[in-house]
Design a protein around this ligand. Structure first.
Ligand code: KIV
Ligand code: ZN
Length: 503
């Protein structure tokens, strides 16, 4: 039988802490549910000490998830470990993940600790976490730039103190695969009782080798891989889960290793992260990029038509790319709508389904054919929970290249109408100025993008904004979809404001 590799997903921690990827509470719960459906073994739900919001989200996930271990990160500091335990304690299988840096540069300049002090801290804090839970993971931050013998002493100390998983992060994405594999082999040969624990890898992608290093780690005997959906994460990101899982599956002949991941949920998971964060993946991104299964050249198309395996080493179906079966339109009923959503992998609550169907009908009045991308966009803008505080009632724009643009915007909230007029150097700017005046918050537009979702004259477009509201540390992502670019932009701004207010 093949070796089982545990998948530890850190999309909600290492992924979420990277710029532009922040999520609100309901989005984090939705992602955690999807990760459970996907079959990940461990969900790292956040860093409890980081903020009360983080702790609340981890706790909500701990109460929701039944089939995956739920974990919180904690520095090797008692108050961090207390916070982590407080957040995960009600999970079916709670894990505390504590870490301290072990490389000379981190110990000297960041921790200002001697190697001996680091060893003492490991012994004390792993044991401290162990008093709370049996499932304790220890990470030696910047392990790959640490002295190998010192690293082995640290790992041995962690095992003695009760750690059940030892993580060897390539924190700055520095090693090449051969070196990473050698380090893992060295640890396996030199750390006493290492076979009693699970070794884990956590590889950043600064030199584009996060996935390759993880696979090298697996070859060298790693039993857990830490990764994120779409490879989101600090700087150049973390190793991408979809690439690791599909490499193991497609090259089972070589790795002889399996995961519990339901690969048909990969596409949906990836789309969910893109939608929620507003961070798209490149068309050429392996496994989930728009071109990953597209064959442009005549020779390739001819080959694939005759026999798919000529140019396809895995099928689109195996990662859950939906087949272009039916196209919906204005005469499609609720049944067809629900069935298509199911085919796309969405199981929505009744409340969300009702809201989505109303939006679908409104769209079908404006657009002849509704494609899968339209449906996905529509689902993405239906609020997951909480009231829609402000909704767009109407807008009138006056714009041109010889006048200053003006916008008259009317919003409704709890049955009341709020209205403002503003002028600026473009229709979107003028609209946003009017919206700022209505909601009365200090809003900075940090990022704005607009793209057509499908081809054709009646295509919908999607606007994504990142807003910094009242000086908050994290930006909030707002999305709006419409066949009209100004309306999509206004809706995106309102969506961001509502998310901020609901949080
Ligand atoms: O990259 C890293 O070293 C980390 C640790 C906290 C596991 O994210
Ligand atoms: Zn990391």
């Amino acid at each position: 039988m093949s070796r089982m590799i545990r998948i530890f997903d850190t999309t909600l921690r290492d992924g979420e802490q990277s710029p532009g990827c922040s999520m609100n509470l309901s989005e984090k719960i939705e992602v955690a549910r999807q990760l459970e459906t996907l079959g990940v073994d461990i969900i790292e739900a956040g860093f409890a000490i980081a903020s009360p919001g983080d702790a609340a989200a981890i706790s909500a996930i701990a109460h929701t998830i039944k089939d995956s271990t739920v974990c919180s990160l904690a520095r090797a500091v008692e108050k961090d470990i207390d916070a982590a335990y407080g957040a995960i304690k009600d999970a079916v299988d709670p894990r505390i993940h504590t870490f301290i840096a072990t490389s000379p540069v981190h110990m000297q300049y960041k921790l200002k600790m001697t190697p001996e002090q680091v060893l003492e801290s490991v012994a004390h804090h792993v044991a401290y976490a162990k008093k709370y839970v049996s499932n304790v993971e220890f990470s030696a931050e910047d392990a790959t730039r640490s002295d190998w013998d010192f690293l082995c002493r640290v790992l041995e100390t962690a095992i003695k103190a009760g750690a059940t998983t030892l993580n060897i992060p390539d924190t700055v994405g520095y090693l090449v695969p051969h070196e990473y594999a050698n380090l893992i082999r060295y640890i396996r040969e030199h750390v006493a009782n290492v076979d009693d624990v699970i070794l884990s890898c956590h590889n950043h992608n600064d030199l584009g080798m996060g996935v390759a290093n993880s696979l090298a780690g697996i070859e060298a005997g790693i039993g857990q891989v830490e990764c994120t959906i779409n490879g989101i994460g600090e700087r150049a990101g973390n190793a991408a889960m979809e690439e690791i899982v599909m490499a193991l599956k497609t090259r089972k002949d070589y790795f002889d290793a399996d995961t519990k991941i339901d690969t048909t949920q990969i596409y949906r998971s990836s789309r969910m992260i893109q939608t929620i964060t507003g961070v798209p993946v490149a068309p050429t991104k392996p496994i989930i990029g728009a071109n990953a299964f597209a064959h442009e050249s005549g020779i390739h198309q001819h080959g694939v038509l005759n026999e798919a395996s000529t140019y396809e080493i895995m099928t689109p179906e195996s990662v859950g790319v939906p087949k272009n079966a039916i196209v919906l339109g204005k005469h499609s009923g609720r049944h067809a709508f629900e069935e298509r959503l199911k085919d796309l992998g969405y199981t929505l609550t009744q409340e969300k389904l009702d809201k989505a169907f109303t939006k679908f009908k409104a769209l079908a009045d404006k657009k002849k054919t509704i494609k899968d991308r339209d449906l996905e966009a529509l689902i993405g803008v239906v609020p997951v929970s909480g009231p829609e505080r402000f909704t767009l009632d109407s807008y009138v724009i006056n714009s041109g290249n010889t006048i200053t643009s003006t916008a008259l915007i009317k919003l409704s909230k709890s049955g009341e109408i709020f209205e403002q007029v503003a002028a600026s150097d473009g229709p979107i700017n003028a609209s946003y100025k009017a919206l700022d005046m209505i909601v009365g918050h200090d809003i900075e537009l940090c990022d704005y993008s607009l793209k057509a979702l499908t081809e054709g004259e009646d295509a919908q477009c999607e606007a994504v904004v990142k807003l910094c509201i009242d000086g908050a540390a994290d930006t909030v992502t707002g999305r709006g979809v419409s066949t009209d670019i100004v309306e999509a932009s206004i809706k995106a701004y309102i969506n961001g404001i509502n998310k901020f207010l609901n949080d």
